[in-house]
Write a protein that binds this ligand. Structure first.
Ligand code: PEP
Ligand code: MG
Length: 578
């Protein structure tokens, strides 16, 4: 039995066999196979060599126009793949050492590359790059097949991967995928957010989980405590089966609150809205008692399909969502592309520092056709219900004004064709950069509401990548600098008499609810499966208790002290959740 500690990102317990997805971009771990699996691995090698050969041959045919020197390189790669001696070495390694096909390919080809690289003649040593290229090509075949197999699961598994993209996570088959664990990631990476919204138990930032697990292992994923247990002993299994039952019971108990109001013991009503990525999640928000959608991450439409959505694609997605909520608010955030949410078609334009690059509203302002297409669809949907529009990653007043100006342009276009829309559609700005937080009093004059994106606000204030497990201990809303900015934004919104909601992951974190209420927040937007638990906390406290807690926190100067204090207070309120 081995216990690994990571970051808990989506609650729940899963106990199952693993489905391991390696990545060609990271070292392939040594994984043993049983003697009975040798033939299957050899077949995989044969298939991978043939497919890679076929790929290169057809590439050569298509690239008739390409320069001869490039064609020569592919010819060398092709002759290498056809060289039976290499394939033989790989197969012998599998047979003798009982290892997986991908490990054998990676090891034999890397050894060959290293030998070449050590030769003094630069013409020969530079050929090492070709061998690495062939290794990647073969691994793409071997691992690509595995990735495709995830779509065809027929038994329950937990996914073990170096990392998953948000789109891969969103595509996981909920019937068979009971949980996942990854080497990398952070609590507010979009992969984690999607897992939470879909209620898939998950633990990330385990560093080397992919190299520790074999396909024969039994794995427990504890998404409440951030723990993964490999090959649990009998005691651990019994204990976790009990935890799983307790968790299910708590969920059922909390679900019963879904039609009760989120009202504190002293009678203050708190608005609880859902965060969604796809219209298909809207029913989850309804079932969990959301009073509308406070954050519709519309960029997932783009990410999921891998191509630019048409106006009709947008319109259908929004109208389907509105149908679930009738007169309740639906806040559609315009596409927040970039960072860890890059459409694959744009990978070639990768930036050195994507989270500080052409991202989010900046991207839309430079891609007006894409932006206007979405705005038209949102405006058309605005007559169907209480649709609101929100611009992400605003960093200055000009950006907000420019976005509004484009919205007005689109309104004029619609006027020309007599297309109906809500001319006074509420317009909001996300406050998720320190500059926006500092300028909130000015921004408040130019919009109808704020939504505080604490996920990015923490990242940009503390200069900590939200998806990087190596610095995850530095990433916390409990940092006094973040809390100071948050206090300022809440104050400025109240003063300007505009609505404010918090839509970052902190809104669904039981430990921080009392603090947020005590700081004056009255609207939260969160992953739908978390709503019942947060509602229970709200129904168990008074605003006076929350105010007292917030006052106490304001006197503290360290992240650790604040974290411990809010946690202790939350445990007293809802011990079962911890
Ligand atoms: C945020 O940054 O807090 C937010 C809600 O937006 P996202 O997580 O999609 O960046
Ligand atoms: Mg954000």
């Amino acid at each position: 039995m081995e216990i690994k500690k990571g970051i808990a990102v989506s609650p729940g317990i899963a106990i199952s066999k693993p489905f391991i997805i390696d990545s060609k971009d990271y070292r392939i771990p040594r994984r043993s196979i049983a003697p009975t699996q040798v033939d299957e691995q050899i077949k995989r090698i044969d298939d991978a060599f043939s497919a890679a050969e076929e790929e290169l041959t057809s590439f050569g045919r298509e690239q008739e126009m390409v320069e001869e020197s490039i064609r020569d390189i592919f010819a060398v790669h092709l002759s290498f793949l056809r060289d039976e001696s290499f394939k033989k070495q790989v197969i012998t390694f599998i047979k003798d050492d009982l290892v997986t096909a991908e490990y054998a390919v990676s090891t034999i080809l890397r050894e060959a590359a290293a030998k070449l690289a050590a030769v003094e003649d630069s013409y020969i040593s530079e050929r090492a790059a070709d061998i690495y290229d062939i290794e990647k090509r073969l691994l793409t075949q071997l691992l690509g097949k595995i990735t495709r197999d995830v779509d065809q699961l027929s038994e329950e598994v937990v996914i073990i991967a170096h990392d998953l993209t948000p789109t891969q996570t969103a595509s996981l088959n909920r019937t068979f995928v009971k949980g996942f664990a990854t080497d990398s990631g952070g609590r507010t990476s979009h992969t984690a957010i999607v897992a939470r919204c879909l209620a898939i138990p998950a633990v990330v930032a385990l560093e080397d989980i992919t190299s520790t697990i074999t396909s024969e292992s039994t794995v427990i994923i504890d998404g409440n405590r951030g723990v993964v247990i490999i090959d649990p002993d009998e005691d651990a299994l019994v204990q976790y089966e009990r935890y799983a039952r307790d968790f299910n019971r708590l969920e059922i108990k909390l679900k019963a609150l879904s039609d009760k109001p989120a009202i504190t013991r002293d009678g203050v009503e708190i608005e609880l809205l859902g965060n969604i990525e796809f219209p298909g999640e809207a029913h989850l928000a309804v079932e969990n008692g959301a009073g509308g959608i406070g954050l519709y991450r519309s960029e997932f439409l783009y990410l999921y399909s891998g191509s630019e959505p048409t106006e009709e694609d947008h319109y259908e997605a929004y109208s389907e969502t509105v149908r679930n909520f009738k007169d309740q608010p639906i806040v559609i955030r315009t596409m927040d592309l970039g960072g860890d949410k890059l459409p694959h078609v744009k990978r070639s334009e990768a930036e050195g520092n994507p989270v500080l690059g052409l991202k989010s509203i900046r991207y839309c302002l430079q891609n007006l056709t894409l932006f206007k297409t979405q705005l038209r669809a949102i405006l058309r949907a605005s007559v169907l219900g209480d649709v609101r529009i929100m611009f992400p990653m605003i960093t200055n007043l000009q950006e907000l004004r420019q976005a509004k100006m484009i919205l007005r342009d689109v309104m004029e276009d619609l006027d020309e064709y007599a297309v109906p829309y809500n001319a006074s559609i509420p317009i909001g700005a996300m406050i998720e950069t320190p500059s926006a937080a500092l300028m909130a009093s000015l921004l408040a004059k130019d919009c109808d509401f704020f939504s505080v994106g604490t996920n990015d606000l923490i990242q940009y204030t503390l200069a900590v990548d939200r998806a990087n497990e190596r610095v995850s201990s530095l990433y916390s809303v409990a940092d006094p600098a973040v809390l100071r900015l948050l206090r300022g934004v809440i104050h400025d919104a109240h003063k300007a008499k505009i609505a404010l909601s918090v839509c970052g992951e902190v809104a669904g974190d039981p430990e921080y609810i009392m603090l947020l209420l005590g700081m004056g927040v009255r609207s939260l937007s969160l992953a739908p499966p978390m709503i019942p638990e947060i509602k229970q906390i709200i129904r168990s406290v008074t605003i006076e208790e929350c105010n007292q807690l917030a006052r106490k926190i304001a006197t503290m100067d360290s992240q650790r002290q604040i974290k411990n204090y809010v946690r202790d207070a939350a445990i007293k309120i809802l011990p079962e959740a911890f």
